[in-house]
Write a protein that binds this ligand. Structure first.
Ligand SMILES: N[C@@H](CCC(=O)N[C@@H](CS)C(=O)NCC(=O)O)C(=O)O
Length: 221
């Protein structure tokens, strides 16, 4: 099976959850990082310049032989099944993981609402309100869903849920989003512990060395 993973040249959670799942399983894939111009083209045409289909005109997209698969969650599950970071015969365990992936999407969508505010002062104030209100409320829910006795979100072993949570929280707390403070999860110890554990994992560290720019701001846990 030939795999091509298509996304931009940034370690955004939507891409990292799939790329890292493949890397964890030592599964060969072509890590295609498109340019801004190529992104504009695919948004308009639903394909790459070489004709590769991009179903919903969005990335990430995974090409499996000649079949194009879209949607972050679908790709993450597919890659996770190949690598053992997602079960292929335990529906309950799978659903437990799915709920976290979907929750990470919800958090992302909550943030995205502030992106359309063109006035910078209004944007920052909307984000501050979000961080202190709806977003923090959601983060506390996430904290409450984590167990005292487990390092990882779902079981005694790392899954695609942990990778998705780690990268989204890493982005939120890296100090790269205007209006988002670096100490956003300071009072959420289980979430911090999970993020630190993912960040320290040897496979994650090796991927970071291999693909992240030096001193890339990964977040504050
Ligand atoms: N529902 C999609 C959303 C993906 C998404 O919004 N991707 C962004 C890049 S991070 C994109 O392609 N935006 C272009 C657009 O929506 O036109 C998923 O889960 O993968």
């Amino acid at each position: 099976m030939k795999l091509k993973f298509i996304y931009g040249d940034i370690p955004f959670w939507r891409a990292e959850v799939g790329r890292l799942a493949l890397y964890f399983g030592n599964i060969d894939f072509e890590d295609i990082r498109i340019t801004r111009d190529e992104f504009s083209y695919l948004k308009e045409h639903g394909k790459l310049l070489d004709g590769t289909s991009i179903p919903f005109h969005q990335i990430p997209c995974l090409i499996v032989d000649d079949v194009s698969i879209a949607q972050t969650g679908a790709i993450a599950r597919f890659c996770g099944k190949l690598s053992g970071l997602y079960p292929d015969n335990d529906s309950l365990e799978a659903a437990k993981i799915d709920q976290f992936i979907d929750f990470v999407t919800d958090l992302n969508v909550l943030f995205s609402g502030t992106n359309n505010i063109s006035d910078q002062t209004q944007k920052i104030s909307a984000r501050k309100e979000l961080v202190e209100g709806a977003l923090y409320r959601k983060l506390k829910m996430l904290e409450n869903c984590l167990s005292e006795n487990l390092t990882w979100a779902v079981s005694r072993k790392i899954s695609i849920a942990d990778i998705a949570i780690w990268r989204l929280i890493g982005w939120f707390t890296a100090g790269v989003i205007d209006g988002f403070p670096k100490d956003m999860i300071a009072s959420l110890p289980k979430l911090r512990r999970l993020c630190v554990a993912v960040d320290k994992h040897e496979k994650i560290q090796s991927w970071i060395q291999k693909t992240y720019p030096a001193n890339y701001p990964r977040g504050n846990y």
